[in-house]
Design a binder for this molecule. Structure first.
Ligand code: UD1
Ligand code: UDP
Length: 395
């Protein structure tokens, strides 16, 4: 028997004397930044269960490399040990994207996968999507279709490109479907599966609920503001000092816990920080979720944190002019403050008169999104294999 593998579909060519045998299927999961691990851990787990005979190849691009930005998540979320670590590190957008592209291409050549899966909207996502598209490897995008309609954000460009070249667009809100349809993406490529970031949260909820990470900082549950900020527009310029100033003013009334992203920490190095602001290194996933679930409120510019606070029913204040996650605002948990440091002063009063819905139930934010992704993929791979067999094996 002659086996021939081409990207995309496993084809089988047999001589009339041989029996039907299919080549083992392969899936590549490519990720590289903190939120990527959270979104992909349940997807890898479910696909390994669903397709036990396939090869499941995990690639860590190394976009994030500090142990508390990467390894901590791999361990706490039980992501399998990566088969490839590309070690791309930090750099300008072009340098970082190009390094991922150059280093993943030989992986794709070696592994000859039937499908590549990427999550989210980081530079690693863009780079992997472009290489897969050029090699003609089917591509799936987890968290497709989100749009801030702000092309000054690098993430917006990354999302648009990843979606354009994806064969399987896995969405977790109806806004995403509308955005993709408006860009001319065919309905057959779009699959409403729900939110895999919430799958991860649900899977560890009993563990983080018992942690009481606030107590370790000498704070009471429900009586502090949790802050995370890392967008360049906010932390790379003068706004960061204004934000710290405003946080200092409310900290005597509402203590502030600020686990700072390394980008933010570097910028804060020489800035004065008022007493009452607890600046911390980035937290591990469980520790952070404990702080998030028990906070009086969260101030953030993070995409994932807007979603997690919605699931948890914790008031969230987003220090941005826009969000690609308007569903969190409609749910009543998230308030868009604008890119205006002075609006932080209004947070204590807003908390005194809460009007948001607590723990809204959103379709597909239920802990089972990755199972639905696995269903779609398993069905599609089976169909592709059947087609290959029908084309190449005389019956
Ligand atoms: C990236 C994503 C952003 C995502 C965020 C999640 C892009 C364009 N941006 O932003 O969409 O929301 O990850 O956290 O892909 N650094 C370290 N150690 C690390 C990682 C980064 O010190 O492990 C520092 C370096 O100084 C680096 C800077 O942080 O230059 C920025 O890192 P980078 O990965 O380029 O972007 P993020 O701001 O992390
Ligand atoms: N997170 C964490 N520790 C922290 C800050 C965030 O574990 O100190 C988690 C958070 O719970 C969420 C994810 O990291 O699951 C969000 O990542 P980030 O804000 O870096 O990226 P974004 O979602 O904005 O792309």
């Amino acid at each position: 028997m002659v086996r021939r593998r081409c990207y995309g579909v496993t084809t089988v060519v047999s001589s009339p004397s041989t029996s039907r045998r299919l080549v083992r299927r392969a899936l590549i999961y490519a990720m590289g930044a903190r939120p990527n691990f959270v979104k992909m851990a349940p997807v890898i787990r479910r696909l390994r269960e669903r397709l036990p005979d396939a090869r499941h190849v995990v690639v860590h691009t190394g976009q994030h490399y500090d142990s508390m930005m990467a390894e901590a998540f791999i361990e706490e979320l039980n992501v399998p040990e990566p088969d490839y670590v590309l070690g791309v590190g930090s750099g300008s957008h072009a340098v970082q994207t190009a390094r991922v592209m150059a280093r993943i291409e030989p992986v794709f050549e070696a592994e000859r996968a039937d499908l590549v899966l990427v999550p989210g909207d980081v530079n690693s996502t863009l780079a992997v999507a472009l290489v897969a598209a050029k090699l003609g490897i089917p591509l799936g995008h987890v968290e497709a279709g989100l749009r801030s309609f702000d092309r000054t954000m690098p993430e917006e460009i990354n999302r648009i490109v990843a979606d354009e070249f994806s064969d399987y667009l896995f969405i977790h809100c109806e806004d995403a479907r509308e955005n993709l349809r408006a860009e001319g993406i065919a309905s057959e490529r779009i699959h409403f599966v729900g939110n895999t970031m919430i799958d991860s949260l649900v899977s560890v909820e009993p563990r983080f609920r018992e942690l009481d990470s606030a107590a370790k900082l000498g704070l009471a549950r429900g009586q502090y503001l949790l802050v995370t900020l890392h967008r360049p527009v906010l932390v790379d310029g003068p706004l960061l000092r204004e934000v710290l100033d405003q946080l200092g003013r409310i900290a005597s009334e509402l203590p502030v816990v600020f686990p700072a992203h390394p980008r933010t920490r570097k910028m804060m190095a020489r800035m004065p920080v008022a007493p009452g602001i607890h600046v911390l290194d980035p937290r591990g996933y469980l520790d952070f979720l404990s702080l998030e679930a028990d906070a009086a409120a969260v101030l953030t510019d993070s995409g994932g944190v807007q979603e997690e606070t919605t699931y948890l029913g914790v008031p969230c204040f987003t220090l941005r002019d826009n969000t690609e996650r308007p569903i969190t605002i409609r749910a009543g948990t998230n308030t868009l403050l604008g890119l205006a440091a002075e609006s932080i002063a209004d947070i204590p009063a807003a908390l005194a008169s809460p009007d948001g819905q607590r723990r809204p139930a959103l379709e597909g934010w239920d802990g089972h999104a990755a199972e639905r992704i696995a269903d779609v993929i398993a069905t599609a791979l089976d169909a592709a294999q059947e087609t290959a067999v029908a084309r190449h094996i005389p019956v």
